[in-house]
Design a protein around this ligand. Sequence first.
Ligand SMILES: [Zn+2]
Length: 128
Amino acid sequence: MDLIKSVTSIIDTVKKLKEINDKIKDADLKNVIADLNLELSEIKVKLSEMINENNELKEKIRIIEDTKNQKEELILKNDSYYTKNGDGPFCTGCFDKSGKKIRLIKNPIIAAQDFGKYKCPVCGNFFR
Ligand SMILES: [Zn+2]
């Protein structure tokens, strides 16, 4: 963010240079200022892209670390996850894929109990 401010400040300084040169009317200096302006604009755009990319990467790292921390607290039982406090069951597939704890629901169809006692409301997998 501070880098963007610095570049913006340099662009302002170049504008002032241009105003001064408008009085002097030096053709060479005018060209140099125009080049400088162009290069600075490009730097500002690239900087914004880098900041966005950096924020996206930080978010990805946060999700990976959250998932890792939560996984250390989960226990695998009957092919589904439970917390150490016994809360659960949670879907293994959904957690391993997205890091989200999806609470399993009781299989609503009695005739389909053979598939499993529980069902994941998100991915639809059955669990014992
Ligand atoms: Zn699921």
